[in-house]
Design a protein around this ligand. Structure first.
Ligand code: NAP
Length: 271
């Protein structure tokens, strides 16, 4: 005999709508992250945040003393490996140390770069080669070396740090922007190649970020005033605004996002 249910009981039996993933601080705990160029600026802030969230973070830099000091300050989950990324073998050895720690890598952030101001007319082939060797070639060498361990991981996300500078065509950054635009092209095609294997690859393009180094060496009071004028948001950005976007793209929250280049610049460049 067919039973009729009271309307309130019918309501209770309806399948619950599953909660979509939201970034939970616990998501990064126990994971293994690799960050290139983590001893200063944006990379350092990201390493620090991931460590605070309970991840083990392997980071490299070419200067040993500074990297070791950062690792000491951040505690046992921060693992510094001295590696000049221009040296392919050193770059691969850095990745192997991270992969050997738990047998897997969950996240890779290709962050290291140099941003010399060089006018096109004065630039030499050596300048060009140096920029590509630090800013572009390691995306290939480090990511390829990390791939087997990334495929064994659960995070399965790569973020490449680009810049809005190339989108705006700023000068004198022709060589720098060639390297950064190359990184975005690399990101898109790699996302297509690795998507079927469950690896997401995205880029983060920061605007001008007032790291200690930028404030000390580059951003004059006039530059800062002009930047504020050009931005929709009337405050100068720091690492604090960039790290959350990178974490978002690494997280399960961004599980459907790959091959994208996301801008964090206070609304100066609008796509
Ligand atoms: N700050 C900004 O306004 C801004 C804006 C847009 C995009 N970005 C991008 O954001 C990323 C970080 O920039 P940042 O301003 O934080 O830079 P930063 O303060 O100069 O730090 C760069 C990091 O990369 C390391 N590094 C440089 N050359 C290396 C090499 N050959 N091998 C290994 N490590 C190397 C540095 O350590 P060592 O010097 O010891 O090697 C340092 O840890 C870069 O990709 C940059 O292009 C920055």
């Amino acid at each position: 005999m067919k039973r009729t249910l009271h309307p309130s009981a019918r309501k209770r039996r309806r399948p619950a709508i599953p909660t979509p993933p939201v970034i939970s601080p616990g998501e990064f705990a126990g994971q293994v992250a690799v960050v290139t160029g983590g001893s200063d600026g944006l990379g350092r802030h990201l390493v620090q945040t991931l460590v605070n969230l309970g991840a083990d973070v392997f980071f490299c830099a070419s200067t040993r003393a500074k990297g070791e000091a950062v690792a000491r300050a951040l505690g046992r989950r921060a693992h510094f490996v001295q590696a000049d990324l221009r040296d392919n073998d050193a770059a691969r050895a850095f990745v192997q140390q991270a992969a050997g720690f738990k047998g897997r890598i969950d996240y890779l952030v290709n962050n290291a770069a140099i941003d010399p101001r060089i006018s096109f007319e004065r630039a030499t082939v050596e300048d060009f080669d140096r920029l590509m060797a630090v800013n572009l070639r390691p995306l290939f060498v480090v990511t390829q070396a990390a791939l087997p361990a990334l495929l064994r991981g659960t995070g399965r996300a790569v973020v490449n740090i680009a810049t809005t500078n190339y989108l705006l065509g700023l000068a004198p950054f022709t060589l720098y922007n060639a390297s950064k635009a190359g990184g975005v092209g690399f990101t898109r095609s790699l996302a297509r190649e690795l998507g079927p294997r469950g690896i997401r690859v995205n880029a983060v393009s920061p605007g001008w970020i007032m790291t200690k180094k930028q404030r000390r060496e580059h951003a004059t009071p006039r530059d800062r005033a002009e930047l504020l004028k050009a931005q929709a948001l009337k405050f100068l950005l720091t690492e604090e605004q960039v790290t959350p976007l990178t974490l978002f793209l690494l997280s399960r929250c961004a599980g459907g996002i790959t091959g994208q280049n996301m801008v964090v610049d206070g609304g100066k460049f609008m796509q």
